[in-house]
Design a protein around this ligand. Structure first.
Ligand code: NAP
Length: 307
C-alpha cells in the first residue's frame, strides 16, 4: 500500500508535537500540519507552573520552541498548512486536504484542540484587536497602567488576569456567578492581589467604544441593574470550542464537537485517533495533552506501523 505518509498529525500543539516525537522515533514517516504556527495554546501562555519537572515554571513560548524543535529532531515533517477536509477515513488509505495540497496516509491523529469561545455580544467583533482580546500575553503590553476587564471565572481568566496585573493598573474580573471555577491556588493568588477587583454575578452585555474599547456594559444579575464600566480592554476567557468543524460527518463527535476515543486514543474508525483538548473527557491540561499524544502515536504504531 503506497501512501505519502504513514501518519498525518493534525495540530501542532502539545498533543500533536508529542505524537510527532514518538512517531519519529518509531520510524514512522510522519507529517505534522500545524496550521499557522507551531506550538499551540502554550505559545500564548505566559508562564506554565504545573508542568511536571519545572518547579520554577517555564515560559510558554520557550516550552513551545523546545517542543517544536524536539518534534522535528526524529524526522517528523512540519508544514504550516490549514486542514480543510478529510476523506476516505474508513479506507486503509486516507486523504487529508489542506489549503495548499492533499496527502495520503495510513493513519491520522487529530489533535486540533480548541479556540477561544466568543461572548457574542455587540461590539465584540467590531472592537476585536482594538481592546477586545483573547490573549493577554500577546496584547497585555498595549494597556500598560490602564484599567482592563477580564471576563470569566476559570483557570484561564485568573491565570491571564495575574499576568495582566503585572502590567496594568487594575484588572476587574467580570464573572457570571459569585463563585469561581478556577483552581484554589489561582483563586487565592487573585483574591490576595490588590490589583484585582471582582464584579460578581455580572455579565457583559456590550463592549462599547468609538474605534477602541472605552467601557463594557454590564448587568448585575442580582439587582438587574445595567451600567457602563470604564475599561480600555476586555480580555475574554470563557472557555473553548473544539476545532472539529471539518470532521462533521466523518468522525463520531459528541454534541460539543469533541471526538469519542477509547483509553488508547482510538476512535471507532481503524487508523484514526484523537488526542488532547479535541477528545471527549479531556482534562485540558498540558500534561494530559502530552500523554494523549504519546498514547495516540503508540496506538498508531501498533496498528499501522507494523502493518
Ligand atoms: P473553563 O474552565 O471552562 O471556564 C470558563 C469560565 O467562563 C467559567 O467561569 C464560566 O462560568 C465562564 N463562562 C462560560 N461561558 C460564559 C458566558 N457565555 N458568559 C460569561 N461567562 C461564561 O475554561 P478555561 O478557564 O478556558 O479553562 C479551560 C481548561 O483549560 C480547563 O480545564 C482549565 O483547567 C485549563 N487551563 C488551565 C490553566 C492552568 O492550569 N493554569 C490555565 C488555563 C486553562 P461558570 O463558572 O459559571 O461556568
Amino acid at each position: 500500500m503506497e501512501t505519502d505518509y504513514d501518519l498525518v498529525i493534525l495540530g501542532g500543539g502539545a498533543a500533536g508535537l508529542s505524537a510527532a516525537i514518538y512517531a519519529g522515533r518509531a520510524m514512522l514517516k510522519a507529517l505534522v500540519l500545524d496550521g499557522l504556527s507551531c506550538g499551540g495554546q502554550i505559545l500564548v501562555t505566559d508562564v506554565i507552573e504545573n508542568y511536571p519537572g519545572f518547579p520554577d515554571g517555564i515560559s510558554g513560548p520557550e516550552l513551545s520552541r523546545l517542543l517544536c524543535e524536539h518534534s522535528s529532531k526524529y524526522g517528523a515533517e512540519m508544514r504550516h498548512q490549514q486542514v480543510t477536509e478529510v476523506r476516505d477515513l474508513a479506507e486503509p488509505v486516507k486523504t487529508v486536504v489542506t489549503d495548499d495540497g492533499s496527502f495520503s496516509t495510513k493513519g491520522l491523529i487529530v489533535a486540533t484542540g480548541g479556540s477561544h469561545r466568543k461572548l457574542g455580544v455587540p461590539g465584540e467583533e467590531e472592537l476585536s484587536g482594538r481592546g477586545v482580546s483573547y490573549c493577554a500575553v500577546c496584547d497585555g503590553n498595549f494597556f500598560k497602567g490602564e484599567d482592563v476587564v477580564v471576563v470569566g471565572g476559570g483557570d484561564a481568566a485568573l491565570d491571564e488576569g495575574s499576568y495582566l496585573a503585572g502590567i496594568v493598573n487594575r484588572v476587574t474580573v467580570v464573572h457570571r456567578r459569585d463563585e469561581l471555577r478556577a483552581s484554589r491556588i489561582l483563586q487565592q493568588r487573585a483574591l490576595e492581589n490588590p490589583k484585582f477587583k471582582f464584579l460578581w454575578s455580572h455579565v457583559v452585555e456590550e463592549i462599547k467604544g468609538n474605534g477602541v474599547v472605552e467601557a463594557v456594559r454590564v448587568k448585575d444579575l442580582k439587582t438587574g441593574d445595567t451600567y457602563d464600566y470604564p475599561a480600555t480592554a476586555a480580555f475574554i476567557y470563557i472557555g473553548f470550542t473544539s476545532n472539529s468543524d471539518f470532521l462533521q460527518g466523518q468522525v463520531p463527535l459528541d454534541g460539543t464537537g469533541h471526538i469519542y476515543v477509547d483509553a488508547n486514543m482510538r476512535t471507532s474508525i481503524p487508523g484514526v485517533y484523537a488526542a488532547g483538548d479535541i477528545r471527549v473527557d479531556s482534562y485540558r491540561q498540558l500534561g494530559t495533552a502530552v500523554g494523549d499524544g504519546i498514547t495516540a502515536a503508540l496506538s498508531a504504531y501498533r496498528d499501522i506501523g507494523q502493518a
